[in-house]
Design a protein around this ligand. Sequence first.
Ligand SMILES: O=C(O)CCC(=O)C(=O)O
Ligand SMILES: [Fe+2]
Length: 401
Amino acid sequence: VDDAVLPGHPDFETHPVVRHLTTARTEGPWVHVAWDDGSADRFYGPFLHENWFDPSVTSPDTRQRQLEPRQVRMDDPVGADVDGAGALVVSWAGGPTTRHHPGWLHHVVTGGHRPDVGRPRPVCWSTSGLAGLPTFDGPAVLADDEALAEWAAAVAVHGLGRLEGLHAGPDTVLAVAERLGVVRATHFGRRFDVVIAPENESNAYTALPLTPHVDIATRASMPGLQLLHCLVNDNPGGVSTMVDGFSVVEAIRVADPGVYEALTTLVWVHTNRSTVTDLRASSPVVVLDDDGRPAEIRLSNGTRALPDMADDDLPRAYTALRHMVDAVAATDYRIETHWRAGDLVAFMNGRILHGRAGFDPDAGGRHLQGCYVDADDLWSCLRIAARRERAGSDAGGGGPA
Ligand SMILES: O=C(O)CCC(=O)C(=O)O
Ligand SMILES: [Fe+2]
């Protein structure tokens, strides 16, 4: 072992050494370390063994763990030290001696591996805060990773971002989605056409108005992101509405706690009422995350089938629903745009409620195409962009700092 050189670590990510280790010692199963800023941490011995970057533990190619839990050393480590390169060195009786990268250890104790890292907090908006759709150059997003990252960040923060100047062809929406990750196919297909269809399976495929809604509330896992792309719009009607549902929910939480309680606890069943599929999912209108913040709104009048609650809860459930829909309709939370051919809007499906005015089908053509992507792909895209920024141009090049 060349102890003048820092060891690798299991991640492809770069973990810069922002603090240096000064001392290390064992105490039972624990390895206590001190850092050069005076702080201290402890690591569990078996945790260190199974996160050693060594082919006996982690495949150097896939970076997936090969060591099974039954192979992890559960006896106490017998020695711990900081070597000449600044790595943590830990040994067990009869071997192995493991070495650990200080930047990687630091990222662990600061929670750098957690799923919320790289997920920007939503910044809620009303019309006074965000006058129009944040707009970006479509061809640049297709061609350039930095342009992609800027647009993706706007989608994460504001919940939506428009691309303009895209080719108004049938492959565009999937090509843009694939810049973020993989397309999430649903019962509407990998890609769906928003046109008036003779055998429509959704009010979207008619000329009817659509009150602001989310899509696919009929599935336990709702796609996190929707992309809509305009191929043709010669119709003066069908104006599109985008509402920040999180802003609406926050206003209700502050002003009407009883309504908020009903929206976040009382459960409705959504179904798709099709002849060939029978999808069902139940959920409150507003799903909260573990920290009590809105994670997902499930408001879709077209698919909301039945209340799933005690009879005595029905009056406040219906009242709260009405209250929510009225708040959504309040102009302070909406952006209205008329689709232009070549425009594409990506929006967080569980946050931004989208709708449209009705239109006269004889007044001009109107053709949108859409698809879905899971939110995981957006977070991954943003983390890879941040990784690229940290590592210079060596995206995914791996290896330690
Ligand atoms: O026609 C529109 O503007 C929106 C259609 C829609 O809601 C959808 O396809 O999910
Ligand atoms: Fe929709």
